[in-house]
Ligand binder design. Structure first.
Ligand SMILES: Cc1ncc(COP(=O)(O)O)c(C=O)c1O
Length: 337
């Protein structure tokens, strides 16, 4: 199958497996895993943050960030398409006793003007606005990327109002590939940053929370409390580091293929999409007649996997294990409609 369901479906490459086998390991609950320690330090330096914490998933990373930034009863402003709001099982309410304030942004992106409409007063009966949580690139927003200016504007608003800024950078690598923004910029605007190695980079497991040293110390304790204290994780850190070193450069090809697919879809009478909205590796497109499920069935019969993102919307996500030959087959499958 040509698997465009997600960029999380990639399998470890022989080079990655070799890096895992050769990793020097130790017990990370004792902070003794040399590979994980060095990787955390390297990523923190890369993104201009004081410290890093390797965690099993982007969900745990996002939730740790929100947990350490908030107190019960606080509110987090977020786009209504945000992963934290839609796909983390209500964890913010359960784990941190906080509520989320979803706003209708543009392709998953928030602006200062929009955020201002949601800032609470300081009355006893108001939840306290504490965090602005943004996603870059957006997932349910269709892979949209913030520009440097847009990020600065949101960050300035957060600073002016004494709010924290959390950046869900599950696909920060795609954002950097698309914009050329240097990694340390993200550390300069966000209080907490979550990055993933298991999306387009292709590691089997692993995300990292990046923040100030004190924040990471508190998150480390919370990670243990939530059952995320792991032992010889150098195996996983080595896979993640291999992905950073070897797979990052392939993201631009994913973006090129996604764009090519979007252009072909836009020319097809059965679908609608504005290819200009496709900025990275995610393609969201509409089905004009019938349902997404029916169209997915036709793709499936041609050996192509995609996922529904609403009754009449489909998501196709490109990754490095879909090459140009696969893309040609996907384009040809459009003739089946
Ligand atoms: C934007 C975004 N944030 C967070 C996550 C959560 O990552 P994980 O599946 O590793 O928990 C995802 C997963 O796809 C995502 O797309």
């Amino acid at each position: 199958m040509i698997d465009l369901r997600s960029d999380t479906v990639t399998k470890p490459t022989p080079g990655m497996l070799k890096a895992m086998i050769e990793a020097d390991v130790g017990d990370d609950v004792f902070s003794e895993d040399p590979t994980a320690n060095a990787f955390e330090k390297r990523m923190a330096e890369l993104f201009g943050m004081e410290a890093g914490l390797f965690v099993p998933s982007g969900t745990m990373s996002n939730q740790l960030c929100l947990n350490v930034l908030t107190r019960p009863g606080d509110e987090v402003i977020i786009d209504e398409t945000g992963h934290v709001f839609n796909y983390e099982s209500g964890a913010a309410a359960h784990l941190s006793s906080i509520q989320l304030r979803p706003l209708k942004g543009n392709h998953g992106k928030l602006t200062p003007e929009l955020i201002k409409t949601a800032i609470r007063s300081k009355n006893d009966w108001d939840p306290h606005t504490r965090v602005i949580a943004i996603e870059n690139t957006t997932n349910k927003g269709g892979g949209a990327v913030y520009t440097r200016e847009e990020l600065l504007a949101v960050s300035n608003l957060a600073t002016e109002n004494g709010f924290y800024l959390h950046l869900d950078g599950a696909r920060i690598w795609n954002a950097m590939a698309a914009t050329g923004i240097e990694p340390e910029f993200f550390g300069s605007i966000a209080d907490t940053l979550s990055i993933c190695f298991s999306k387009g980079l292709g590691a089997p497991v692993g995300s990292m929370m990046l923040a100030g040293g004190d924040v990471i110390r508190r998150a480390r304790r919370m990670r243990k409390m939530w059952g995320g204290g792991m032992r010889q994780i150098g195996l996983l850190a080595a896979a993640a580091e291999y992905a950073v070193d070897h797979h990052q450069k392939m993201l631009e090809d994913d973006h090129r293929r996604a764009k090519r697919f979007a252009e072909a879809v836009s020319e097809h009478p059965s679908f609608n999409i504005d290819p200009e909205t496709v900025e990275t590796n995610i393609v969201l497109f509409g089905v004009i007649e019938g349902t997404a499920d029916e169209a997915l069935q036709t793709f499936s019969e041609a050996g192509i996997g995609m996922v529904p993102f609403g009754p009449k919307t489909i998501r196709a996500t490109f990754h490095f294990q879909v090459d140009d030959e696969d893309l040609d087959k996907v384009l040809k499958a459009l003739d089946n409609f």
